[in-house]
Design a protein around this ligand. Structure first.
Ligand SMILES: Cc1cc2nc3c(=O)[nH]c(=O)nc-3n(C[C@H](O)[C@H](O)[C@H](O)COP(=O)(O)OP(=O)(O)OC[C@H]3O[C@@H](n4cnc5c(N)ncnc54)[C@H](O)[C@@H]3O)c2cc1C
Length: 437
């Protein structure tokens, strides 16, 4: 191992750590406000991203970025029946009790980012804004009254008025409260060609919770669902997903369930083009908003705790953080005061309240068994579109969110209401099931 390299201290207004979606989004936004931004990443910022990013099309259309989607589906469905003609309620209104395998049509378009185009879009904006790239891995940081000095693993020192940590879900500097085990969204996916279409041609399947490929004991285990897309030219993306669980569902189990789900429909993999192993924390606590390093993206707990979406939030919220930083600098704020103003811009009271509410909801859902979860989602997606869409994308106000949840509670079947009531509700539910045979 070599000795740390000592180089001349380089200074900037803002130092952004990372080169993932969050880092590029915030570096571009800060740079476009005339601030001197340096970004630090361990590798070439144009190195291809590995994850696939899906999003409700309206979110990107609203920002004028619809052209960054490689695919767009208007036929978007979910399945909330048990499958195979077993008991349970399927999509549509939960109270209608429709046939088992009928899809629920969401009536909204879903898209898949062309991730190279998304990355190029942000890198282009960074270049126009004069963002300077440094190669290296952040290792330690010292704070002083006017700013911070970061040292890389290679010994390089970078000084800035404010450091923004966008190094992902396991951040290098941002600290969060330890609230106990964090639930992980885990998924195993395959892009490939199959002996037959695994889903209807031209379709996007958001959640297929049918479970007729599982044995009776397996149906008592934490439920998983299929997320799938027809990518065209005979290629499909199929992914077995666990919404959230602590500890996360192991990849081997997801892989096995996906194979059996496909086999149940007489579908075999013919050619594997790509495999995806997806695991990220769903419900980390909010960061400590008094700390000197400001976070963005996974580092700042910005993943939607009930849906797992992040990219739409990055696009919408980067301007809020950038505006807060710009205005604080214009007021001459420094050090701790600057960081506090930036955190307040990123996590204002309404977003903090909703984050707490979504986490609370996810904790309830994680305790649901398979039938309860299917009944819950059937009810949830029979809410007016603006309500379920606003919930999933975090684009509704706290008052609208409360109204949606009250409506959901009012229209949900009793097993879901009992589940939402917690332990006492579960006892009542078991008693009712026993009494009703
Ligand atoms: C397989 C998968 C699929 C997903 N699909 C979706 C989806 O469809 N839609 C959605 O909204 N969300 C999705 N997510 C969730 C979320 O969007 C991603 O996890 C997203 O990549 C997080 O973005 P980020 O920029 O915060 O972190 P990352 O993408 O993890 O980027 C972190 C960056 O920081 C750099 N870095 C790390 N440590 C250091 C250091 N010490 N010094 C300097 N740089 C450092 C890394 O090299 C990297 O460039 C998915 C996640 C996964 C894992």
């Amino acid at each position: 191992m070599g000795q740390p390299r000592s180089t001349a201290l380089s200074r900037c207004d803002i130092l952004v750590i990372g080169a993932g979606p969050a880092a590029l989004a915030i570096a571009a936004e800060l740079g476009s406000r005339g601030l001197a931004v340096t970004a630090l990443a361990p590798a070439d910022p144009a190195s291809p991203w590995v994850n696939t990013y899906g999003i409700w099309a309206e979110e990107v259309d609203a920002l004028g970025l619809g052209h960054l989607l490689s695919h767009r589906w208007s036929d978007c469905v979910s399945f909330f029946g048990a499958g195979g003609g077993g008991g349970g309620v399927v999509g549509g209104s939960a109270s209608e009790g429709q046939p088992q395998d009928r899809p629920l049509h969401h009536g909204r378009a879903y898209g898949l980012f062309d991730k190279a185009a998304l990355q190029a879009h942000w890198l282009g904006r960074c270049a126009s804004a004069g963002v300077v790239w440094q190669q290296g891995k952040a290792s330690s940081i010292r704070h002083h009254q006017e700013g911070s000095t970061l040292t890389t693993c290679g010994g390089q020192e970078l000084a800035a008025q404010l450091v923004v940590d966008a190094s992902g879900h396991d951040p290098v500097f941002v600290r969060r409260r330890n609230d106990g085990p964090v639930a992980g969204q885990a998924a195993y996916g395959m892009v490939g060609r199959f002996s037959a279409a695994p889903i209807s041609p031209g379709q996007f399947v958001f959640m297929d919770y049918r479970c007729d490929h599982l044995s009776a004991p397996e149906r008592l285990e934490p439920p998983t669902f299929l997320y799938a897309m027809d990518l065209g030219d005979g290629v499909f993306f199929v992914e077995e997903t666990s919404l959230a669980l602590a500890p996360a569902v192991p990849f081997a189990q997801l892989q096995d369930r996906l194979r059996r789900r496909l086999a149940q429909r007489g579908v075999e993999l013919r050619e594997l083009l790509h495999e995806e192993f997806c695991l990220f924390p769903m419900n980390p606590a909010l960061p400590d908003l008094g700390q000197r390093v400001v976070g963005f993206g996974g580092a700042a707990s910005m993943v939607h705790p009930a849906s797992g979406f992040l990219v739409g939030g990055l696009l919408r919220r980067a301007p809020d953080l950038a505006n807060a930083v710009q205005s604080a600098l214009e007021q001459g704020l420094q050090g701790e005061a600057l960081a506090r103003a930036a955190w307040r811009g990123l996590w204002p009271a309404d977003l903090r309240w909703k984050h707490g509410f979504f986490r609370f909801g996810l904790e309830k859902l994680m305790r649901f068994d398979g039938p309860q979860l299917r009944h819950h989602f059937a009810s949830f997606f029979s809410l007016p579109q603006q309500q379920w869409y606003g919930f999933l994308t975090n684009t509704i106000t706290p008052a609208q969110l409360l109204a949606a949840m009250l409506r959901l509670y009012g229209q949900a079947p009793w097993d879901v209401r009992w589940g939402l009531m917690g332990q006492r509700g579960r006892e009542l539910s078991l008693l009712a099931r026993w009494l009703l045979g």
